[in-house]
Design a binder for this molecule. Structure first.
Ligand code: SAM
Length: 438
């Protein structure tokens, strides 16, 4: 898709189509990126049924408080903010922000100390997005006019780049990815929903299928996408399918485009999908400093726990009375914000290991393991009899640190009575224990 004369034509076509879509959404109709003549963007354009690409991406609770026009204008193929692990205080940039749905959702997640930028080249979309933001009463957003191939933001200024079904529309994807890399801070995250293709498609089918999923689309093959991300400097690139499109959804469109659908079905089925694409800009290689918590860490610890979806119940009391039951890690380059925390809730001769949280950009560096290791030593050093924990996702990890699974009913009453156990523990969490011989 990336020839030299293409971007200008492509840009004009894309801008016209999304201008039209924005006008429809402003008038209270669901946006479709294509006019009736071209009948693309899913079966809905032709049949009037729910679009299998853009429909049901958000759960009701998420969009309930957004202006209806922001929801109607949604033309994405995923839900990047749900998957991106946004932290309070983050600066987020949405490439091709359309009517602003993901910008508004991001703004809520990053809170008043953070900021969400939307970037779009289509005036009508920008007008709609600004109107939606003002109706939603959200202050920490800004919509910028520009092309995703030349992002109008300084180097190293953004924590997370998101995007929802836009990069496939660009005729110069390498430049888009290089721009995303440039504006991200070291350690910053790329967290994007887009259409990708798995493996080879027959040329005619590919072109028709691309037209179906994205009007003037150029969905990348998944290994090509990870290769490009690596080429521009990203690390840890991963692609996770979120919705595999069914050939039946595209049947009417493909037949209209002159393809014998039954003939190509086997070559297309299961190969075109909405996916979540993540990668990271390498960080400055800094070693975090570990230390016991102090009472003045309260706000930062609460922010970390809220970002990780963990309870803050009882934290203020513990820090007030026994702050050193918690261990924290700080970034020596920016000690104002803690990067990880874990703590003990001690009850008589036993304790609950709780509140293990690591900032997203510091994950996968062994910080969680180191904090747990330190607290296990601390518990043993204090002569405790046993250390309990609850986990939803790391049952296979903790045996390496000497923990074993037990039944819920085997937990002693003093642990079952802890704030974490009572307040934050879904019934599905696994209980584990490490016992110490004295
Ligand atoms: C498929 S819509 C997605 C909109 C939005 N992300 C959503 O989920 O509803 C594509 C949007 O990207 C914008 N767009 C497409 N190509 C662009 C480019 N090269 N630079 C800036 N904006 C672009 C269009 O104007 C349109 O608003």
């Amino acid at each position: 898709m990336s020839t030299h004369d293409e971007p200008r034509d492509l840009t004009t076509i894309v801008r016209e189509r999304y201008g039209q879509a924005a006008r429809r959404a402003s008038e209270g109709a669901a946006a479709s990126c294509c006019g009736p003549a071209s009948s693309c963007c899913g079966a809905s354009a032709a049949s009037g049924t729910a679009d299998p690409i853009t429909s049901n991406l958000y759960v009701n609770g998420e969009t309930a408080s957004l202006p209806p026009a922001a929801v109607l204008a949604s033309l994405g193929c995923g839900n990047p903010t749900a998957l991106a692990q946004l932290a309070l205080g983050d600066v987020v940039l949405d490439l091709g922000s359309g009517g602003g749905i993901d910008v508004l959702l991001s703004a809520r997640r990053v809170g008043p100390t953070g900021k969400a930028y939307g970037l779009d080249m289509t005036d009508e979309m920008l007008d709609l997005a600004r109107k939606n933001a003002s109706e939603a009463g959200v202050a920490n957003v800004e919509f910028l006019k520009g092309r995703i191939e030349a992002i109008p933001l300084p180097d190293n200024s953004v924590d997370v780049v998101i995007s929802n079904c836009v990069i496939n529309l660009s005729g110069d994807k390498r430049t888009v990815l290089a721009e995303a890399y440039r504006v991200l801070k070291p350690g910053g995250r790329f967290a994007v929903s887009d259409v990708v293709v798995r493996g080879e498609l027959p040329a005619a089918a590919r072109r028709s299928m691309e037209l179906w999923v994205g009007c003037v689309a150029g969905a990348l093959e998944e290994s090509e996408f990870t290769q490009l991300l690596g080429d521009v400097g990203f690390e840890a690139a991963e692609i996770e399918p979120t919705r595999v499109y069914d050939i039946e959804d595209a049947r009417e469109f493909l037949a209209g485009a002159g393809l014998d659908v039954d003939e190509v079905a086997n070559e297309i089925q299961g190969k075109v999908m909405g996916a979540f694409i993540r990668a990271r800009k390498p960080g400055v290689s800094r070693t975090p400093a570990f230390r016991p918590a102090t009472a003045s860490d309260l706000t930062s610890i609460e922010r970390l726990l809220a970002t990780a979806g963990l309870t803050t119940a009882g934290i203020a009391d513990i820090l007030e009375a026994r702050a050193s039951d918690f261990v924290v890690a700080e970034d020596p380059g920016d000690p104002s914000e803690l990067v990880a925390v874990a703590g003990l809730e001690i009850c008589c001769a036993t304790a609950l290991l709780r509140s293990v949280a690591v900032r997203p950009e510091w994950q996968q560096r062994g910080l969680g393991r180191e904090l747990v290791r330190r607290l296990v030593c601390e518990a043993e050093g204090r002569g405790l009899r046993a250390l309990y924990l609850l986990t939803l996702t790391a049952e296979h990890y903790f045996p390496r640190l000497g923990f074993e699974r037990i039944e819920r009913g085997d937990v002693p009453p003093e642990i079952a009575d802890t704030l974490e156990f009572k307040n934050a523990c879904p019934a599905s969490a696994v209980v584990m224990v490490r016992t110490f011989t004295r």
